[in-house]
Write a protein that binds this ligand. Structure first.
Ligand code: DOR
Ligand code: ZN
Length: 352
């Protein structure tokens, strides 16, 4: 990492450890926004139908590679969607071949396309034990789904009722608590051993639940886990910018067409791929922690996944005037609204 008086910051090329790329027309439209800045990304498997078997992941990977812009060097790191009937041998073979880098646990009903997810963790214990044996990480959407648990408490209750018992039962399992949104999640990760890490999203560092209801209901800030109160947001910011290697970037960039968000029953998801690095540089500067940005975006993730750090670098530059970012991405199926951080951004990626 190098800084200079000219307000530039050169860091190893970032990776995104939690990304939704979708399929078809939307995949083609959103992919350039990620591969412009990121070398690799952990690709979420919640398509319809989900990416469950190794053959599904191989076919999805091929579709992603075919949709890449001419000359782009981007490596999709594939995941499998865990179901109660997932086949441990199929998963192990997919990991051994290098095709698959993690398995994703969605509690059934927790979020977009999670209907095929896990209802009872007991039904997948054998698969999780096999993953622990071979060192294949589990990415966790950490929320319980019982109707009687308040939506703002779902993460804390998940830690208590599901994650801690699971990690006690299968202590060698490497777990990534994804998109942590509460101080409970941060504290849990800090109190755990080296087999637990967490990703944090760009938007959860910049918004809290007030933003969801500022002057009316704001569907483009609705995501799951839902943004929590400001004290939690501050805990996330402190963790992200602390230099603690257990925390790294997973944008959870999750595009939905505007029609699906601006609806009586709007979809969860924030599309932040285009301006994530501008936003993060802004946050890290606000927290006087630009020296830890590279760890968060480019070093801590590969270390946890046991992958090499990227060799290329990118240079961020702070401009005297605010940087313009398109508000919408146009796709052949309609527009997708880009995350609005509600502040002026001065950092941009000058060279990648
Ligand atoms: O807000 C979200 N959107 N959270 C998720 O867990 C899934 C994602 C999506 O796929 O749209
Ligand atoms: Zn996600």
């Amino acid at each position: 990492m190098a800084t200079s008086m000219a307000q530039t910051l050169t860091i190893k090329q970032p990776d995104d450890w939690h990304l939704h790329l979708r399929d078809g027309v939307v995949l083609k439209a959103v992919l350039p926004d990620t591969c412009r800045h990121f070398a690799r990304a952990i690709i979420m498997p919640n398509l319809v139908p989900p990416v469950v078997r190794a053959t599904d992941a191989a076919a999805y990977r091929d579709r992603i590679l075919a949709a890449l812009p001419e000359g782009a060097a981007f490596e999709p790191l594939m995941t499998l969607y865990l179901t109660e009937t997932s086949d441990a041998d199929d998963i192990a073979a997919a990991a051994e071949s290098g095709l698959v880098k993690a398995v994703k646990l969605y509690p059934a009903g927790a979020t977009t396309n999670s209907d095929s997810g896990v209802k009872s963790i007991d039904k997948v214990t054998a698969v999780l034990e096999r993953m622990a044996e071979i060192g294949l990480p589990l990415c966790v959407h950490g929320e319980v789904t019982h109707a009687d648990v308040d939506i703002f408490d779902r993460e804390a209750v998940f830690i208590e009722q599901v994650l801690e018992p699971l990690r006690t039962r299968v202590p060698q399992l490497r777990v990534i608590m994804e998109h942590v949104t509460t101080s409970n999640g941060i504290d849990y990760v800090k109190s755990a051993d080296a087999n637990l890490a967490a990703t944090l999203t760009t938007h959860h560092l910049m918004i809290n639940r007030n933003h969801l209801f500022k002057g009316g209901i704001r569907p483009h800030y609705f995501c799951l886990p839902i943004a929590k109160r400001r004290s939690h947001q501050l805990a996330l910011r402190a963790a992200a910018t602390s230099g603690d290697k257990r925390f790294f970037l997973g944008t959870d960039s999750a595009p939905h067409l505007d029609g699906a968000k601006e609806s009586a029953c709007g979809c969860a998801g924030v599309y932040n791929a285009p301006n994530t690095l501008s936003c993060l540089a802004h946050v890290f500067e606000e927290e006087n922690a630009l020296q830890h940005l590279e760890g968060f975006t480019s070093l801590n993730g590969p270390a946890f996944y046991g992958l090499p750090v990227n060799t290329k670098t990118i240079t961020l530059e702070k401009r005297p005037e605010p940087v313009a970012c398109s508000e919408k991405l146009e796709t052949a199926d309609g527009p997708v609204t880009v995350f609005d951080p509600e502040c002026e951004l001065f950092w941009h990626v000058a060279a990648a």
